[in-house]
Write a protein of this length. Structure first.
Length: 430
């Protein structure tokens, strides 16, 4: 897109304006594709609703029991589903209509949110039923992620795929942090409360279905009958293992996601009890993290294809570890607000860069399967919620924040060392 900028004569605003236009053109390049814009919008709406639900289920579980373990057990149900089914998501996406898979999964998730809202409104909700709902949602997301990514690989050309994936991450990362902020505000508003929040989440999924209903269908893989699903899953594992730099990206995503993003389980207790800020304070903490995450994602979107992207990714993951330690040490709610800006910024930058780098290192044939194996990290992250919640009940939220941050810093140093060895041994490995 730098070519398009150069073809335009400079205007009266001067070089700085031209540079700004060049930055915007590079950062938002993939938005020039109309179908991509439609898929992007539907995807981000779904991400927003999903992350609102993640916060809502945590607050409802905590309100029912006053226990971090209850929050972790609900997230655990979702993690089990994603861990079991994610490896098959990419293989299934190659065998069936991607459009129908996406619409079916969104409809099931929306129906689950509606059922949860009704259960809360009628006073029949329980931690067990929350966990069942989380399992159903996790099952659907195990197929959604790989299917979307595989579809994008078909409609976006190779020179734009890195930017397209980065923009999905920009919106997705903002939704992962902005969703909890919106949910926190709704949960704290007595007029809406827990049940009303779930009704709103269900309505968002209706918008998602309407948005994505018009996307064209894509044909299944031509040679799908030559192998079965298990063989496709195995070939995905083998492909990653044979490409060391791709393997490094996948392992990095798993470890940083588990250690760096498990703090979400701690947030209800951290805000309500440790900082004495209540549900409104929880919304504020998520909100400032959302602001930091959004700015960071936009800033790194144009760097997704840069040769320095791996270095930026390392710095952001290390920054996340330091920020988590500082969150545990925060002496007041005001200081925690400032620290959460950096938690959001570093986590968003890492996810944007890591996913873009990994998918650039994969061929289109394996895009869905690579994505599904990367997304196993979210299942593992959810499973980690149970022991993280247990530790928080035993040792306190502050101690667990510091432990997660220190562990992440040590892991990042080890990953950086491994990457140097890979570059020395496999300098041309994709």
């Amino acid at each position: 897109m730098a070519r398009l900028t150069a073809e335009r004569p400079p205007d009266a605003s001067g070089t700085s304006s031209g540079a700004a236009r060049g930055w915007a053109a590079n950062t938002f390049d993939a938005f020039n594709i109309p179908l991509y814009r439609t898929i992007w919008l539907g995807t981000i709406l779904a991400f927003l609703a999903f992350n609102m639900a993640m916060t809502a289920q945590g607050v409802v579980a905590y309100d029912l029991t006053g226990s971090n373990r209850a929050v972790g057990s609900v997230v655990f149900g979702q993690g089990v589903a994603m861990l079991l089914l994610n490896p098959f998501g990419g293989a299934i996406a190659d065998r069936f209509s991607k459009r129908l898979l996406i619409l079916f999964a969104q409809a099931v998730i929306g129906a689950t949110m509606l059922a949860t809202a009704i259960l809360i409104a009628t006073g029949n909700i329980s931690v067990f039923l929350l966990a069942v709902g989380a399992f159903v949602v996790g099952s659907m997301f195990a197929f959604l992620g790989p299917t979307r990514m595989s579809l994008l690989g078909e409609i976006v050309s190779g020179e734009r795929i890195g930017n397209a994936m980065a923009l999905i991450q920009v919106g997705g990362n903002f939704a992962r942090i902005g969703g909890p902020f919106i949910a926190g505000l709704l949960l704290a508003w007595p007029v809406i409360g827990n049940a009303g929040t779930y009704f709103i989440i269900a309505s968002i999924f209706i918008l998602v279905i309407i948005t994505l209903y018009g996307i064209p269908d894509s044909p299944p893989r031509a040679n799908r009958n030559q192998t079965n699903v298990l063989q496709d899953v195995r070939s995905g594992f083998v492909y990653i293992l044979e490409h060391q730099r791709l393997l490094h990206s996948v392992v990095s995503f798993h470890l940083v996601t588990i250690l760096g993003l498990s703090y979400i389980v701690l947030m209800p207790g951290f805000a309500k009890d440790t900082l004495d800020a209540g549900t409104a304070g929880l919304g504020i903490l998520f909100g400032v993290a959302a602001a930091g995450g959004f700015v960071a994602s936009i800033a790194v979107a144009s760097l997704a294809d840069s040769k320095r992207a791996p270095a930026y990714m390392t710095f952001s993951s290390l920054g996340l570890g330091v920020a988590l330690i500082l969150a545990g040490l925060a002496p007041s709610f005001a200081v925690a607000i400032v620290v959460m800006i950096f938690v959001g910024a570093n986590s968003s930058a890492f996810q944007t860069l890591n996913n873009s780098i990994a998918l650039k290192r994969s061929t289109q044939e394996f895009l869905g399967r690579v994505t599904s194996l990367m997304f196993l990290a979210w299942g593992l992250n959810s499973l980690a919620g149970l022991p993280v919640g247990f530790l928080a009940d035993v040792a306190g939220e502050r101690t667990v924040f510091i432990g997660l941050g220190a562990s992440l810093c040590a892991v990042v140093v080890a990953l950086a060392s491994w990457e140097r060895r890979i570059l020395a041994t496999y300098p041309t490995d994709a």
